[in-house]
Design a binder for this molecule. Structure first.
Ligand code: NAP
Length: 497
């Protein structure tokens, strides 16, 4: 096995000799083994990142030079796209074709930040004094810990690595233990593209151990984290003593509102895709359907019909529409979630159990599930399952639709369907979520910001704000005509000779 930790520009094995097995969610087979970092490895990675940043070896590159580096990484990602997609689908169990789309999105992310960096300029502000030049400059924030989840492993870390590099930061990357292969490949490309030694470091290992060290160490200036709410809270507590900047991208329980006057065919189709794509393992999954009472029966019966027909299958199955859940423990948590929903009185219309097809029984396949008759006080309405589970609530007025959509601790995303665009715009304005789709559900583009309100997080990725997260803003005030301040009464009255 080749060494898989990248520290201070060198690939090396775990100093404790620890190895982690990556298993296929599709059939449980061994995909690969990777190194698991020891505390000493983490220490070395933080040290390397800190030293490289403090030496100014990368921060002194011009914006153009750093943008060109990120552009070169995009070229290399494009060159290796098929290989990376295969690794990604092996680790996640997702369809190969979906992983190929993800890698294309990763390339687009690197190109977006490269272009943004090319355009970046410091600027002068007018402070109303003719003798003063006030320059506002952006500088890299410093050493960043970049921690990602397993559902879109490479994409979620691309949203962090690309802007961190354009900004001139040094970083330590930690992908999910379940899905490390694409991050290892990315770091090979970051190295090949000519990133200075020590700027980019890769640590693999369990979040509760190595992730904890990466989020509490005083030498870390910023943590950019994508993952679950409870981990986000732990990180916030650990980062508090040293006032690290935090960009937290957490979970969601996303309302998908359908008015009776919507294009129902398109709305139903998008509701099915929004809830069940990637078996619901999508932070923005539209798992909370909120439908106007007069069309409830029609919409729900059609969703149930389609949910029954969703084709499950492994990465190479071209006819499959979705794949397995990521792991046994996640599978068990989804099973428990369904049991809770049934116990609290939600009406199970379809699914709720493991797929029993012979070719799927060795994997973590869970059938698309719909709960009707749901109310906001239910666990299954309020908590994220991160599985293929849709809950259905009804509303009678525009006001009620907005109130239901906001009755959640989360605020990541939501959708609204209506042919009345003024009404849809009012609802979009009323919803307290970071992204709202009107007459659509799910797409995003690197040019537009992504992030959550409320307990879905406090950061922004993509867009231009996704770069700002990695920058400190400095104001340099230059007095072009120096004079005495006039505050101190100097009894000598004399000037310094
Ligand atoms: P998770 O369990 O919170 O893990 C996320 C990452 O954090 C993993 O790399 C994990 O390491 C690490 N980690 C765990 N404990 C840690 C700690 N104490 N300190 C530092 N790092 C720690 O989340 P997940 O199950 O991977 O991902 C699913 C969640 O991510 C869902 O809630 C989903 O909504 C959210 N998500 C949000 C967005 C968004 O844009 N807002 C996007 C995608 C996913 P190990 O797993 O290797 O132990």
């Amino acid at each position: 096995m080749a060494a898989t930790l990248f520290i201070d520009g060198k690939w090396r094995a775990s100093s404790a000799g620890r190895i982690h097995e990556v298993r296929s969610p599709h059939d449980g087979s061994l995909v690969t083994t990777v190194d698991e970092a020891s505390a000493a490895d983490v220490e070395d990675a933080i040290d390397a990142a800190r030293k490289s940043f403090d030496s100014g070896v990368f921060a002194c590159w011009s914006w153009r030079e750093r943008s060109e580096l990120v552009g070169r990484i995009a070229d290399l990602l494009e060159r290796d796209a098929k290989l990376i997609a295969k690794k990604e689908s092996d680790d996640t169990g997702k369809r190969l074709i979906e992983a190929e789309y993800d890698v294309a999105d990763v390339v687009a992310t690197f190109r977006h930040f490269a272009a943004l960096g090319e355009k970046h300029d410091d600027h002068i502000v007018d402070v109303g004094l003719a003798h003063v030049t006030s320059r506002i400059v952006s500088e890299p924030i410093g050493v960043c810990s970049l921690i990602g989840p397993w559902n879109y492993p490479l994409l979620q870390i691309a949203w962090k690595v690309a802007p961190a590099l354009v900004a001139g930061c040094s970083f330590i990357l930690k992908p999910s233990e379940l899905t490390p292969e694409s991050a290892i490949h990315l770091m090979q490309l970051v190295e090949e593209a000519g990133t200075p030694l020590g700027v980019a470091n890769l640590i693999l290992g369990p979040g509760s151990v190595v992730g904890y060290a990466l989020t509490t160490d005083p030498r870390i200036d910023m943590v950019s984290f994508t993952g679950g709410l409870s981990t986000g809270k732990t990180i916030m507590v650990g980062a508090a003593p040293t006032i690290k900047r935090l960009a937290l991208e957490l979970g969601g329980k996303n309302p998908h509102i359908i008015f009776a006057d919507a294009d129902l065919e398109a709305a139903i189709d998008n509701a099915v895709t929004g809830a069940f794509l990637h078996s619901g393992q999508v932070c923005s999954a539209g798992t909370r359907l909120i439908v106007e009472r007069s069309v409830h029966d029609q919409v729900v019966s059609e969703i149930v019909r389609r949910a029954k027909e969703i084709r499950l299958g492994g990465p190479e199955d071209l006819s499959a529409e979705t794949g397995p859940l990521i792991s046994q423990s996640h599978f068990k948590s989804v099973e428990n979630y369904v049991a809770k929903g049934v116990a609290e009185g939600a009406r199970l219309l379809v699914g709720g159990v493991r797929a029993n097809r012979e070719d799927l029984v060795n994997g973590w396949y869970f059938l698309p599930t719909v709960f009707d008759g749901c109310t906001t006080d239910m666990y299954c309405v309020q908590e994220e399952s991160f599985g293929p589970i849709m809950t259905v609530e009804v509303f009678d007025s525009e006001r009620e639709a907005i109130a239901l959509g906001n009755d959640t601790i989360f605020g990541l995303s939501g959708g609204v369907w209506s042919r009345d665009l003024e009404k849809a715009a009012r609802v979009a304005a009323g919803l307290r979520h970071g992204t709202i789709w009107v007459n659509d559900y799910g797409p995003y583009r690197p040019a537009a910001e992504w992030g959550g309100y409320k307990q879905s997080g406090n950061g922004r990725e993509l867009g231009s704000h996704g770069l700002s997260e990695y920058l400190e803003i400095k104001h340099i005030w230059t007095n072009n005509s120096p004079s005495k301040s006039g505050w101190f009464h100097d009894s000598s009255g004399g000037d310094v000779q």
